[in-house]
Write a protein of this length. Structure first.
Length: 187
């Protein structure tokens, strides 16, 4: 089955399939890079999308951000193999250490951990927000030569209260996602 636009979201609590317009395909990847990689590969083979759109939630590193953000760049924040490679780069891997989306101005750092403390490296890399899936989704889109976009709703401050904040705000971005989806479908 071929689709123009495929949505990949980690959890149903972030975006409920029942509120999507008819004909819009969504895949729930689950949390983390391994789940996102596997789900994205399966979805690419099943739906053969022309474009991938990731909707999801993020913690903010840049204190001035809020609401729905469009991500322009994603890096891997938890690849730590020094001295084999600098943090964020996979050693002995020819693939890029960052991926650029179709548009957007914010930088997301992806990792398999929930950020609950200040990390100076994130600031030094210009990371605005953090998540747990986007790098994997972008990596697969790159490997299959599929354009991608990502829209992230800020749920928390990436600090010791993040788990509580995220739990209470995980579904607050849904209406914003739907508005953005409507715009994307008209474009």
């Amino acid at each position: 089955m071929k689709t123009q636009l495929l949505i990949i979201t980690a959890l149903e609590s972030e975006l409920d399939k029942s509120v999507l317009p008819a004909g819009v395909d969504i895949v729930y990847s689950g949390v983390g890079k391994i789940n996102a990689t596997a789900a994205t590969i399966r979805a690419i083979h099943e739906f053969q999308p022309k474009r991938i759109v990731n909707f999801g939630t993020v913690g903010k590193i840049n204190a001035g951000l809020q609401g729905l953000l469009e991500i322009g760049k994603v890096i891997q924040r938890d690849m730590m193999t020094v001295p084999l490679a600098p943090r964020g780069q996979t050693p002995f891997c020819p693939k890029p250490s960052h991926y650029l989306s179709m548009s957007g101005e914010h930088t997301c750092g992806t990792g398999d951990s929930f950020v609950t403390a200040h990390d100076p490296w994130l600031i030094s890399q210009g990371v605005d927000v953090v998540d747990m899936e986007l790098f994997a989704i972008a990596n697969m889109a790159y490997q299959f030569n599929i354009p991608w976009q990502s829209f992230k709703y800020v749920t928390d401050d990436a600090n010791e209260d993040s788990g509580h904040e995220w739990t209470h705000r995980v579904n607050h971005g849904q209406d914003l996602y739907l508005n953005k989806l409507s715009e994307l479908m008209r474009a």
